[in-house]
Design a binder for this molecule. Sequence first.
Ligand SMILES: Cc1cc2nc3c(=O)[nH]c(=O)nc-3n(C[C@H](O)[C@H](O)[C@H](O)COP(=O)(O)O)c2cc1C
Length: 403
Amino acid sequence: MVNRRLPRWEELAPLIGRPDPALSRAQARLERCASIGDLRARARRRVPRAVFDYVDGAAGTETSLLRSRQAFARVQFRPRVLRDVSDVDPSVTMLGERSALPFAFAPTGFTRMMHHVGEPAVARAAGDAGIPYALSTLGTTSLEDLAAEAPDTRRWFQLYVWRDRMAAEALVRRAEASGYDTLILTVDTAVGGIRLRDVRNGLTIPPQLRAATIAQMALYPRWWANVLTTPPLEFASLTSTGGTVGDLLTEVFDPSIGPEHISWLRGIWPGRLILKGIQSVEDARLAADLGADAIVLSNHGGRQIDMGNVPLELLPGVVEAVGDRVEVYIDGGITSGADIVAACAFGARGVLVGRAYLYGLMAGGADGVRRTVAILEKEIRTTMQLLGVRSIAELDPGYVTLR
Ligand SMILES: Cc1cc2nc3c(=O)[nH]c(=O)nc-3n(C[C@H](O)[C@H](O)[C@H](O)COP(=O)(O)O)c2cc1C
């Protein structure tokens, strides 16, 4: 028999949760996003469908992206216990400089479409977190403006090689003059991937006002108000032809680039060079032979070739082949800190994340990007502690298998 009584107010009062007065309502909503998946769900409600799909989607059947995610789902950790993990250090050295966390923000085009605060907000969030930010050739903020807006952030510049070689050279010189220390040459874009969601949604760059778009305005008035009352949404470094992004890649960039172009680039760029989009051991060797400082095993987040290689599966073989000559990074489908720790255990120096921060950006602008970093950092630290390692350098393939 249980004796029941009415609770007294003094007992109830401390149990009633109150919102943190330091947080706005929007920030409080972001705080309740516990995972990158939660940020994605929030992002989906905040921006027009064509914008969300541009970020979320991939090429063709989206199998490349799906398989990258499935590979992370196959990761099985082998934790060690009875180790002092009261303090863990998730920092790594990336191309000669410390990054506070083992990831960098990947280059993503047209970022101001996701949220009007765009690249500067993302770059500042990266700087606050102590990680590098890569500006895309297809960015909506110029190299110089970004440098002025985020002077303390370690900045990398991602280059596509244009048919017009002089235009590419001019960009490289501007990157050097405005303090970017690393050039990422993306090599998986001989032509644009076939991104079906963009075709179906009629997503052109810049977005055009059609009947369906105008109907969407009613659903996302704040997004549209921001687009229409801030500087025009356009590429900072090239003039758009009005097609999809896939069309644009095909039209503007050079499908004939070969090893000689890497040597040419080496001649005009004094900083560090990363080749992004390597998808085989042979090409990893080629990149190392050509003098790249680092490579990113990447299928462009599944946005280029469909049914491509999975970077995580490729990683051990590539590290074995060239790990002593170049730093090896991977990207694609990374949605948690555990994914990042697993990649490092398989031998990656670190990873790039793309969509994860774009979901944060769409969900809540600058605060949303900061939330992405906070979620990933917490997950990285927790995974390290539960795995029994105090530093990223301690990780090795003994901690992980693919089921
Ligand atoms: C919306 C979007 C735009 C992108 N734009 C570029 C780009 O301009 N240049 C580039 O090299 N990669 C681009 N990427 C690929 C990313 O750099 C990166 O390889 C990919 O996003 C990693 O996969 P994840 O998004 O699943 O993390 C883009 C990716 C997304 C999602």
